[in-house]
Design a protein around this ligand. Sequence first.
Ligand code: AP5
Ligand code: ZN
Length: 214
Amino acid sequence: MRIIMLGAPGAGKGTQAKKIAAKYGIPHISTGDIFRANIKEGTELGKKAKTYMDQGLLVPDELVVDLVVDRLQQEDAQKGYVLDGFPRTIPQAESLDEALKKVNSKIDYAIDVDVPDENIINRMSGRRACVKCGATYHLMYAPTKVEGICDACGDKLILRDDDKPETVKKRLNVYHEQTQPLIDYYTSAKVLKRVDGTQDMEDVFRAIVAILGE
Ligand code: AP5
Ligand code: ZN
């Protein structure tokens, strides 16, 4: 099963992608996580990506596409995957389609996790992320047992640099301009499925499982 997660920043793509990956036994491939790991390790790619991410802008397509195409060629992705944060522009979607076509493959589902802008800022300001293992929490909606400490690995939690309200507004604008057109793109490809992302996390997941099958 080859799945793309669509939706605004903070819509819950990462939260649901992790659940999908666990239930269906496919890898969760998040371009945001890949960039954040590179920033943490201080790689050249990380340095380049950070200048865009901190401003709420998209990293240029040429830095993203090859990275994902390479990742999809790895062994664990042959039985399927859930892509989170990619594609994010029409050129990225077209490059992905081209790469898949070459190996006789295609996307089965593009799931749009639909959340209005009003709810997003609130979600982002409460999000806390573990720098070590990548787990995400929310002060109100997904609290940890001990505040500020990751349940999974015991490391400290942080507010992401790009989750400050001003940057979130910018990311929402970028989303509407550059990423939302993908909804039409995948509607035309007849793979778009929409779920109401304002429900609580378990109900969103139930709606997704109803689409993908048990
Ligand atoms: P990326 O990491 O992909 O960020 P994003 O798309 O903005 O998405 P987020 O990770 O912020 O949100 P999410 O939808 O995964 O929500 P989450 O599940 O965490 O990208 C970051 C940056 O990297 C980009 O701005 C760009 O610069 C660059 N980049 C990445 N990919 C790129 C690409 N392909 N091309 C170019 N540049 C790229 O949930 C949010 C919060 O809400 C959490 O705290 C969660 O606990 C909570 N929550 C989740 N679901 C619910 C619910 N149902 N009810 C209540 N709370 C909930
Ligand atoms: Zn952790």
